[in-house]
Design a protein around this ligand. Structure first.
Ligand code: BGC
Length: 389
């Protein structure tokens, strides 16, 4: 009930945020000489819209399409001009795309890094050009970054683990032993380790006591990571695990997957290759449409939902403050309609701790899927599956 109320509250905030975005004052005007050349005059006598560069990793993972659209819509509605690129999960291309945005005269850069370690030189160029950088969702290592806007990534893993603890009632497991396998994310993405550590730390007492047993023995992040967060990589690895450790009828109880793209592959492997007749708990993260369908069908058990429209809204406010010459801090949280905390301790990117605004993730399973419909970001389709509006 508490969780339900918290999510409802967050939903109300989302609607308030939409209203807030629309009312935002135009940011301080850029000097005319620096304005982008072919700027269409949006309104008579209006200042030239400031150009904002948004660099997303790839269209091949569902959520970045949503993030890119929400960011573009919200920044444009607030009077900015937007240059939005997707770099095909190719770090070299992302550096080129960002270099082009710098050359195009963007005033602020919003970047979701493909490889958190690969942007140092390009972002040194951005700094030399006086462009501030907001790391969006993923921390960028060894580069001057003004702010980090994300969710509480460690808590994402905690929620996945807590779901398993509750579903199997591990606290009262007695002598029972449950078999679990882990699937983590892309080692090039700083988030991946936060998710994994949140889950493993939370399950540690049960792993230590033997109530949870990793039959494959693969408990290290490097062993369970999934390059590029790819569904196919997760599928292939999990097929190997099932063939090597579960073909003899050993029961698999839990497949703890860090996100939905990996859960999709793992669920596919279980459907096609698992010899047992139980339905293992499969965790995820994001609320991707295919995974929500799997939750309805009982092929995936839960997902951790992160309202990325809110993440875009918080990013807009932070960018507006920066462009107005202000320094966002804890008091900026009052300007977000969504629930976000200001953190100046957790995210050190090698050049110091990056001040961070962190939103709240939620656990979703088949029993509270309707909460996603209430966000307005999903609709119930005619066949009982959630669809994008
Ligand atoms: C995001 C997740 C997403 C993953 C793969 C992570 O950085 O935080 O929401 O599932 O990337 O796209």
């Amino acid at each position: 009930m508490k969780k339900y109320l918290a999510l409802l509250l967050a939903l109300c905030m989302l609607f308030a945020l939409a209203a807030c975005g629309g009312q935002t004052e135009a940011p301080a005007a850029a000097p005319a000489a620096e304005a982008p050349a072919a700027e269409p005059a949006a309104e008579p006598a209006a200042e030239a819209a400031q150009l904002v560069g948004i660099s997303m990793p790839t269209k091949s993972l569902e959520r970045w399409n949503r993030d890119g659209s929400y960011l573009k819509e919200q920044f444009e509605a607030a009077g900015y001009q937007v240059e939005l690129t997707y770099s095909d999960n190719d770090a070299v291309q992302q550096n080129n795309d960002i270099a082009n945005m710098i050359a195009d005269g963007v005033k602020v850069l919003i970047i979701t890094a493909i490889d958190s370690d690969s942007l140092s030189q390009t972002l040194a160029d951005a700094e030399a050009a006086g462009i501030q950088v907001i790391a969006y969702d993923r921390l960028i290592n060894n580069a001057k970054t003004a702010y980090y806007v994300s969710f509480d990534n460690y808590t994402v893993g905690v929620l996945q683990a807590q779901y398993v603890i509750d579903a199997l009632d591990l606290e009262n497991a007695g002598d029972k032993v449950y078999n679990i396998e882990f699937t983590a994310g892309d080692p090039a993405d700083t988030n991946a380790a936060y998710f994994f550590n949140g889950a493993v730390d939370t399950l540690k007492p049960y792993l230590d006591s033997g109530v949870l047993n990793v039959v494959s023995g693969q408990t290290e992040f490097e062993q369970v990571a999934t390059p590029a967060w790819s569904t196919e990589n997760a599928l292939n690895r999990f097929q190997n695990i099932l063939a090597s450790y579960y073909a003899d009828g050993t029961v698999l109880d839990v497949a703890l997957c860090s996100n939905d793209s990996t859960a999709l592959g793992v669920a596919q492997a279980i459907t096609s290759d698992y010899a047992g007749d139980n339905a293992p708990i499969v965790t995820g993260q994001d609320g991707d449409i295919a995974n929500l369908k799997n939750i309805v069908d009982g092929v995936q058990t839960m997902t951790v939902y992160k309202n990325v429209s809110d993440e875009a809204g918080v990013t807009l406010v932070v960018a507006q403050e920066i462009l107005a010459g202000n320094t966002p801090d804890a008091s900026t949280c009052d300007k977000f309609a969504a629930d976000a905390a200001f953190d100046t301790e957790t995210y050190d990117n090698g050049m110091g701790v990056v001040p961070s605004f962190l939103l709240v993730p939620y656990s979703i399973d088949k029993d509270n899927l309707d909460l996603l419909v209430a966000t307005g970001l999903y609709e119930m389709g005619p066949d009982g599956y959630l669809v994008a509006p």
